[in-house]
Design a binder for this molecule. Structure first.
Ligand code: TRP
Length: 339
């Protein structure tokens, strides 16, 4: 039986946080452990460099941090191929071939690219490499002939562009070489986690994240500072659980749903203080993160092993990308000397 192929990845721009964990990491580990897929997990260092060219040290450091986070949550190099984008030069050649199939205006219309340009204040100084990263992402995905790409919904436009490139390529060169991937969205309820300040997105730049590697006191401090219902001033006041970050987190992390429903009812009625709810959330999150942090500490003692995982994964991934590239070159008709 040929297994379906999964490819996914992260930009190494910092340690991973619990938003990554519920939005994608947990899901990847589950998919990995079904044994039904061939999983490739890519650390997209080149993509990270498209807006960090002047700060490669950050990317280099984050490469190790992200790998430690992967291993800590249970991604297993025996079951998933973990590799580094920049170590697969074939991806760059694929990107060059695909760039001819995409217009500049199509790239400028990509909604994710558009909002990132705003976010990063590029104004008129958009690095060319940044503008075209959706095409390089199409190379990442198609090089492995991935069927499924488990990512967050912010990546939908990337998948759409990839699918377009696949269709145009296969049509022009009249061969079914590239595979149209499907997005695999994380289960409902485990989607995007807001920041501890209640902002829509948890992110390092917003300084509102709880990291997988945070120490217990740090986690507690962050939870105690969390955004709740601004109108819930005295304990007796009736409170709101919608848009109340503490309850949003409990919805995601708390396994005792009965207890949670009781707490919500009590909070809405009035008489349940924020402090108590936060203390409970702290217990729940500490229980979830403790084993992850401990495993991470074990791997931290052996950084040589971490690099070995990446090196071996990259060697294996490179062979597959090279095979796809040679099919692509053949289809375009530039294998002049293979007569
Ligand atoms: N763009 C993704 C992110 O920002 C990272 C990424 C790069 C990726 N290449 C990929 C994800 C290929 C899935 C498939 O998180």
């Amino acid at each position: 039986m040929t297994k379906k192929i999964i490819l996914t990845g992260d930009r190494p721009t910092g340690k991973l946080h619990i938003g990554h964990y519920v939005g994608s990491l947990k899901n990847r580990v589950e998919l990995q452990n079904t044994g039904l897929y061939d999983s490739y997990i890519m650390i997209a260092d080149q993509q990270a460099l498209t807006d960090n060219a002047r700060n490669p040290e950050k990317i280099r450091k984050s490469l190790v941090e992200v790998t430690l986070d992967y291993l800590a949550v249970g991604l297993d190099p025996e079951k998933s191929t973990i590799f580094v984008q920049s170590q697969i030069p074939e991806l760059n050649e694929l990107t060059m071939h695909y760039l001819n199939l995409v217009t500049v205006s199509r790239l400028e219309r990509n909604p994710t690219v558009k909002s990132e340009i705003k976010e990063k204040n590029f104004n008129l100084s958009i690095p060319a490499g940044f503008l075209i990263y959706p095409v390089s992402q199409a190379a990442d995905i198609t090089a492995f002939k991935a069927d499924l790409v488990p990512v967050g919904s912010d990546q939908l436009p990337m998948l759409e562009q990839t699918r377009e490139i696949v269709r145009i390529f296969n049509q022009i060169y009249n061969k079914e070489i590239l595979v149209e991937p499907e997005i695999y969205l994380a289960k409902e309820g485990s989607g995007r986690l807001p920041g501890i300040d209640g902002k829509l997105k948890m992110s390092k730049s917003l300084n509102n994240a709880i990291y997988l590697s945070d120490e217990p006191e740090e986690i507690k401090r962050k939870i105690m500072s969390m955004y709740t219902d601004p109108n819930h001033i005295r304990v007796e006041d009736p409170g709101q659980v919608e848009n109340n970050t503490v309850f949003t987190y409990l919805d995601v992390f708390c396994k005792d749903k009965e207890k949670l429903e009781e707490m919500k009812a009590h909070y809405i009625r009035g008489g349940l203080g924020d402090m108590k709810v936060k203390k409970y959330l702290n217990e729940v999150i500490q229980d979830e993160l403790q084993p992850i942090r401990e495993r991470r500490k074990e791997f931290e003692k052996n950084i040589d092993y971490v690099y070995k995982v990446l090196e071996e994964g990259s060697l294996k991934a490179r062979k597959i990308a090279a095979q796809t590239l040679s099919e692509v070159r053949e289809a375009i008709g530039i294998e002049y000397f293979n007569r």
